[in-house]
Ligand binder design. Structure first.
Ligand code: NAD
Length: 348
């Protein structure tokens, strides 16, 4: 994978395509980012053969099928995915079935561009898997493209990145280098997100946030995620919840549940947040609250009657977790998150 990073780096996208022998790219965006997609197409000249501006959250299989059909009709030799995790996810779904390489141009902090993880949703159920073919061939990180991301999605996407780093710290396949990157990711985002809250147009803070999300995405790609990602995945896929907001609501709850069982991770989180070493869970909860992000599942429209399925679904296929998890534990966590209560064991 080649990576370019820095303000204005998208101007070098055509050179990136040339360096990888790509001459017939299909550009992918969401409907909301179609105009950006058109600008990118213009900058690529005849290296771009078409635009597919219909990416949607959680990659519905019918959208993936339609995009694959269009890529084939155009004779595309690569996907240029310009956007957040949804658009990059569509690129991955295409790559999985067609072997087309992906050039990713991320415009949020979700981190999907750094992982071999794909996801596809049909009939309300989200399937995910790992496959080297979906790892982008090149990534162009240009913080200028994140300047248009509104306040709430910017902050919540940043918390989504922190969640990757936190779970990488206590992953069964964590390693010293990944832990170093995870701690640095949390530190970078701890500095960048409040700066963005104060001034959304602060390009230096945008650059720092994107740096943190690059690190966090690399941690996500290298390790096995735990209880937090599992709960978000089960709730998000089934109830069609906004991805980053769901992470922002759940992270303080799941980390408070896990912190004592993962003392090394708790110490790293505390260092990164610059709080007392025994206050990692409280520190993370107050940091997330201070950002003013979504703080309850109710705010996302979730009703108590809709969440009954989740504890069994989470425990049934839990990836791995530092603390053993029962259905009752998951129920407690989800109920606290539903109401926006303080995380278990955390006091004001
Ligand atoms: P998103 O891609 O769904 O984007 C949310 C909205 O913000 C969209 O309308 C998008 O067009 C818009 N947007 C994005 N960047 C913008 C910008 N700079 N300016 C203005 N608008 C902008 O959100 P996301 O949180 O990045 O991605 C969520 C999806 O990514 C979920 O489906 C999740 O499962 C997936 N994901 C996958 C991985 C992985 O490793 N496979 C990792 C993280 C997230």
């Amino acid at each position: 994978m080649s990576v370019s990073f820095g303000a204005g780096s998208v101007a070098g996208l055509a050179n990136v395509l040339d360096a990888h022998g790509i001459s017939r790219a299909i550009v992918l965006t969401t409907p909301e980012q179609e105009e950006l997609g058109r600008r990118i197409m213009d900058s690529l000249g005849d290296r771009a053969v078409g635009l597919y501006p219909k990416a949607r959250m959680h990659v519905p299989t019918d959208v993936a099928d339609d995009a694959i059909r269009q890529a084939r009709e155009l004779g595309a030799d690569a996907c240029v995915a310009v956007g957040g995790g949804s658009t990059i996810g569509l690129g991955k779904a295409i790559a999985l079935r067609s072997d087309l390489p992906i050039i990713a141009v991320p415009t949020t902090y979700a981190g999907s561009e750094m992982t071999p993880v794909w996801g596809l949703t049909s009939d309300g159920a989200k399937k995910t898997g790992r496959d080297r073919r979906v790892l982008p061939t090149a990534v162009v990180y240009d913080p200028e493209l994140t300047l248009t991301l509104p306040l709430k999605p910017s902050l919540e996407s940043g918390v989504n990145a922190i969640a990757h780093a936190v779970e990488a710290l206590y992953a069964p396949d964590a390693s010293p280098i990944i832990s170093l990157m995870a701690e640095e990711a949390i530190r970078a985002l701890r500095i960048a997100l409040p700066a963005l809250r104060a001034d959304l147009g602060d390009l230096e803070a945008r650059e720092h946030a994107l740096y943190g999300s690059w690190l966090a995405g690399a941690c996500l790609g290298a390790t096995t995620m735990g209880l937090h990602h599992k709960i978000c995945h089960v709730l998000g896929g089934t109830l069609d919840l906004p991805h980053a907001s769901t992470h922002a609501v759940l992270l303080p709850h799941v980390f408070a549940f896990n912190a004592e069982a993962a003392p090394g991770a708790a110490r790293a989180v505390a260092r990164a947040l610059d709080v007392d070493v025994d206050d990692a869970a409280k520190g993370l909860a107050s940091f997330v609250t201070s950002l003013g992000v979504t703080s309850s599942l109710r705010e996302l429209g979730v009703q108590e009657s809709e969440i009954g399925f989740a504890p069994a679904a989470v425990v049934e296929t839990l990836y791995s977790n530092p603390r053993p998890v029962t259905e009752a534990d998951v129920e407690t966590i989800i109920h606290a998150a539903l109401q926006g209560a303080l995380p278990l064991g955390v006091t004001r």
